[in-house]
Write a new protein. Structure first.
Length: 368
């Protein structure tokens, strides 16, 4: 995209930031569905420099200043320990985010050179490195100063709340779909007690609230082009207070699953134990010294819970008329729910094997 084709609002926004030179080109970047992202190349005396501009979706993230305060605090703290980590670029006025006259919010990051992302785990080495990266990120933030981060999405992983939302959707049945999903509703109802397990442990003080990423998919880890090691953890919009088990559980759900989450054939979904082992090894390598015994004991269950929670959300959206998750075919959210529930059942069936994997990994990692 030439400079003439730069979106008008992006060109105006760029003027608010101290770029190293004039814009040479700009183009849409990435495949995210929430924020609008561009890679911008500027010309400098020594060559080209790249930046990442993002228009923040303030319809999803209602309190952008609170979100950006979290990101600014976290990135500054991590960069003091890892200089290659994600870096915010402040505006000319010294602000961490720019708001246009039209009420749009824009931020700017330095582009991380010499690294790439992958969309799906295809090797045990990738799984281990992703888990090591997210575990390291959590360990780096243990001593984050300045008090508790903002809750940018309240109750984001509050599984009890997700279950109650499903219950209301069933009772209201606004789309007349309940009769067709009785088996899925029964599956969820039979596991209602699971929704309180981690919340009860937190209330009793057996789990510790930590700074968590809350979107621990492998495509949020930038891998070095040469070494394959983590160059940076990205996509920090959901960084906020949470449980380590939410982060690890979502890694299990997304990285140790055998098929896509929307596969219309749920019989193809199961937990991939070699990938689970790689996740455990990588996570304990970097975060093992900060996790307590209760966190370690629930690593396997965390994947079961996050798959269950996600299935609840998909089933709820199906019953409510597919109003939240984008669908591409009739019954898409129901397919997603069934596949997540198949993963839940697979983890239940493999619970003992997963417990043994964790126990074996603990023998070679530091203990809290």
């Amino acid at each position: 995209m030439s400079v003439a084709a730069v979106p008008p609002d992006l060109a105006a926004v760029a003027a608010a930031f101290p770029l190293a030179g004039p814009i040479a080109s700009a183009a849409p970047f990435g495949n995210g569905h929430i924020n609008e992202t561009y890679i911008v190349i500027v010309a400098t005396a020594s060559g080209e420099r790249r930046y990442v501009f993002q228009k923040i979706n303030h319809r999803i993230f209602k309190n952008v200043p609170a979100l950006m305060e979290n990101i600014a605090r976290v990135t500054a703290h991590v960069r003091a320990k890892q200089p290659r980590a994600l870096a915010l670029v402040s505006t000319r006025a010294g602000e961490i985010v720019h708001r246009t006259a039209a009420g749009e919010w824009w931020r700017l990051y330095d582009f991380i050179e010499g690294a790439h992302t992958v969309e799906r785990v295809t090797t045990e080495a990738q799984a281990r490195e992703a888990a090591r990266a997210f575990g390291e990120y959590q360990a780096l933030l243990v001593d984050l100063p300045g008090g508790r981060l903002n809750d940018t999405i309240p109750n984001f992983h509050h599984t009890r709340s997700r279950f109650e939302t499903l219950r209301r959707a069933v009772n209201e049945d606004t789309q007349d779909r309940v009769a067709g999903v009785r088996a899925e509703i029964d599956f969820a109802t039979a596991r209602e007690a699971d929704t309180d397990v981690l919340l009860d442990l937190l209330a009793r003080g057996e789990l510790t609230e930590r700074v968590t990423h809350n979107d621990t998919k492998i495509n949020n880890v930038m891998l070095d082009e040469v070494t394959g090691r983590c160059a940076a953890v990205i996509d920090l919009d959901t960084v906020m207070p949470g449980l380590s088990l939410y982060d690890f559980g979502d890694m299990v759900r997304t990285a140790a699953s055998s098929t896509a989450e929307d596969n219309p054939d749920p019989t193809q979904m199961h937990v991939v134990l070699p990938y689970f082992r790689a996740l455990v090894d990588g996570y304990l390598e970097s975060a093992g010294a900060v996790l307590n015994a209760t966190e370690r004991a629930h690593l396997g269950f965390s994947g079961q819970l996050l798959a269950f929670e996600t299935g609840l959300r998909f089933l709820t959206d199906h019953l409510q008329g597919d109003v939240y998750f984008r669908i591409h075919r009739p019954g898409h959210n129901l397919d997603r729910a069934r596949t997540q529930f198949a993963l839940v059942k697979s983890i239940e069936d493999n619970a003992e094997a997963m417990r043994r994997i964790v126990a074996a990994a603990e023998k070679t990692t530091p203990v809290f």
